[in-house]
Design a protein around this ligand. Structure first.
Ligand code: CA
Length: 225
């Protein structure tokens, strides 16, 4: 598995490169958008770790350019906390996952492995579970024959649960996903959104259910299997 790191903070790039190499990946690292663009054109990568603030441009613009060109490589975005609220909407349009700096290296490795395990390709995939299908670009949810348009927070939660169907998603991870959509994320926000999602899934005859793992998070399970 070959990874590309596009990150201009040398220390972060070095730490990631060495940890991911030890984890068995082949890792290239560049510190400019332009070099990233060239590397992406030259090599087939399995995943990209992308910093957003780069000296010669915005990583988000590079990401949009990649997606527009049909590049579906898995992308994990690294971003500074103070920039999150401005960028989550953009991330929805192209990133597969993101981590807020500072982060633990072990978390980066875990997220990359999770991205690479995904059965569907990267962005552009329609996520499916049981009789539901979520279009990650159009953002609409099909349950059987019905098409539902979910509020952004609910669709963000559902997408994340579907990407990790059958595995527990910590509530803290969902909160991180919603940070920026909800500027003031109350402690009850996630349970309330999950409650609404459950109701909609149930009312429309979905075969999947969202289970609560007390004190940890949530889990999407296909009840029909
Ligand atoms: Ca940077």
């Amino acid at each position: 598995m070959r990874l590309l790191i596009i990150e201009d903070e040398a220390r972060i790039a070095e730490i990631l490169q060495s940890a991911l190499s030890r984890a068995g990946f082949t890792v290239d690292a560049v510190d400019l958008c332009d070099d990233g663009r060239a590397a992406l054109a030259a090599n087939p990568y399995d995943a990209v770790i992308l910093d957003l603030g780069l000296p010669d441009g915005d990583g988000l613009a590079l990401l949009k350019e990649m997606r527009a060109a049909g590049n579906t490589v898995a992308v994990l975005v690294l971003t500074a906390r103070d920039a999150v609220e401005h960028r989550v909407a953009g991330l929805d349009a192209g990133a597969d996952d993101y981590l807020i700096k500072p982060f633990a290296v072990a978390e980066v490795i875990a997220r990359i492995k999770a991205l690479l395990r995904r059965p569907e390709g990267a962005l552009g995939a329609t996520l499916r579970s049981g009789n539901i299908a979520f279009d990650t670009i159009g953002r609409d949810l099909r349950v059987g024959e019905s098409v539902l348009v979910l509020p952004r927070r609910e669709s963000a939660i559902l997408e994340h649960l579907m990407r990790r169907a059958g595995r527990v998603v910590p509530k803290t991870v969902l909160e991180e996903k919603l940070y920026g959509i909800d500027d003031e994320l109350g402690s009850n926000a996630i349970p309330v959104h999950v409650h609404h999602l459950r109701r909609k899934l149930l009312d429309n005859g979905a075969t999947v259910e969202i289970h609560t793992v007390r004190g940890v998070g949530y889990l999407l399970v296909d009840g029909a299997t």
